[in-house]
Write a protein that binds this ligand. Structure first.
Ligand code: NAD
Ligand code: UFG
Length: 344
């Protein structure tokens, strides 16, 4: 029988790519999203690309009644939990909004799962839980030290999920904590991708909007970091590789005996860091477009460098990121070029 997977935040950037990959892998998909940072059109395109339908519920994961109906109506086998707010700066201005949406939203989801006896969960965590790491690359045993409200919501949720899986806890939850590094890129069709509202917070959407002429120049936040060219270094990972890591984690949970408590963290990154200026130059070369930039002061809260030791995911999940930087940057540009105004 086809297993049904619930995808929270399914209309979002990573969630929409996950819905497509699940459909392509033969799963049935139910997606819930309140569309606070996304558009239902993303799911129409997912249906088109997959040539298969999925069930979409427009709703909030904090709505217990809506979740109750959803679990009553569909035989959910496992949940991929992407729904959440993710803007670090906004989380510093409106911390309560982030604790309410991310932490209470997750508790509401877990309660609905418990009522429906669904115990398998794959959670979108973030490398931000490592804070300012002492050494590179970062492995999963590095201490957790999130330093902004957004990061702390991820860390709190990780801790809560860990507690559900303690040997003393009676319920036998099975949880994968996937710590993403920097997701970029888009499906190679150019039909689904990242569609941030307002001024982009992240590097790649800013770069593509400058290349498209929507913005004049890219602010490069600092060129005096202790890195080769002075600009910040990150581990960029193609969203399709990231989503493939979710399928591998799901398969891992599916092999566990039911009722056996399990909680494990895996880094999802490539293990390779690139600086902001390397990103800009490679983007220009690969896509043949100019990206003017200006050096600006450092952005508050940025680490100099951050890249993953992704060997645990390789050993335990059989997962490695396959797509190179040129592919990430070409796919990001194709999406932006084909959809200058995103889904609008
Ligand atoms: P996104 O904003 O595109 O997707 C999140 C989706 O969740 C959106 O469609 C939004 O409308 C929905 N949502 C938010 N709150 C909701 C609620 N209460 N009920 C129902 N739906 C709700 O973001 P994304 O980049 O796809 O990120 C997905 C997840 O991965 C998030 O949890 C994010 O924190 C995490 N993450 C993202 C990154 C990144 O750089 N993109 C890095 C690390 C972790
Ligand atoms: N940068 C610029 N100009 C910009 C945007 C970013 O120079 O306009 C630089 C940043 O200073 C940093 C690098 O580009 O050196 C990457 O910045 P992003 O904002 O794209 O990514 P971050 O590493 O700061 O943060 C991202 C997500 C977080 C997540 C973290 C780790 O935004 O939510 O990755 O997964 F926690």
């Amino acid at each position: 029988m086809t297993a049904t997977i619930l995808v929270t935040g399914g209309a979002g950037y990573i969630g929409s790519h996950a819905c497509l990959a699940l459909l392509q892998a033969g799963y049935a998909v139910v997606a819930i999203d309140n569309l606070c940072n996304s558009h239902a059109r993303a799911l129409e395109r997912v249906r088109q690309l997959a040539g298969r339908d999925l069930h979409f519920v427009q709703g909030d994961i904090r709505d217990a009644a809506a979740l109750g109906r959803l679990f009553a109506d569909h035989p959910i086998a496992a949940v991929m939990h992407f729904a959440g707010l993710k803007a670090v700066g906004e989380s510093c201005k409106k911390p309560l909004l982030y604790y309410d949406n991310n932490v209470l939203g997750t508790i509401s989801l877990l309660q609905a799962m418990e009522r429906a006896a669904v115990k398998r969960l794959i959670f979108s965590s973030s490398a931000t839980v490592y804070g300012f790491p002492e050494r590179m690359p970062i492995d999963e045993e590095a201490p957790l030290a999130a330093y902004n409200p957004y990061g702390r919501t991820k860390q709190m949720i990780e801790q809560m999920l860990g507690d559900l899986c303690l040997p003393t806890a009676q319920d036998g939850w099975q949880v994968a904590l996937l710590r993403y590094f920097n997701p970029v890129g888009a499906h190679e069709s150019g039909m689904i991708g990242e569609d941030p509202g307002g001024i982009p917070n992240n590097l790649l959407p800013y770069v593509t909007q400058v290349a498209a002429g929507r913005r004049e120049w890219l602010p490069v936040f600092g060129n005096d970091y202790p890195t080769a060219d002075g600009t910040g270094v990150r581990d960029y990972i193609h969203v399709l590789d990231l989503v493939d890591g979710h399928l591998k984690a799901l398969q891992k949970l599916e092999t566990l005996p039911e009722g056996e408590g399990f909680c494990r963290a895996w880094n999802l990154g490539t293990g390779q860091g690139y600086s902001v200026l390397e990103m800009v130059r490679t983007f220009e070369q690969v896509n043949g477009v100019a990206v003017p930039y200006r050096i600006m002061p450092r952005r508050d809260g940025d680490v100099a460098s951050c890249w993953a030791d992704a060997s645990r995911a390789k050993t335990e999940l059989g997962w490695v990121a396959k797509r190179d930087l040129a592919t990430m940057l070409a796919d990001s540009w194709r999406w932006q070029h084909n959809n200058p105004d995103g889904y609008r």
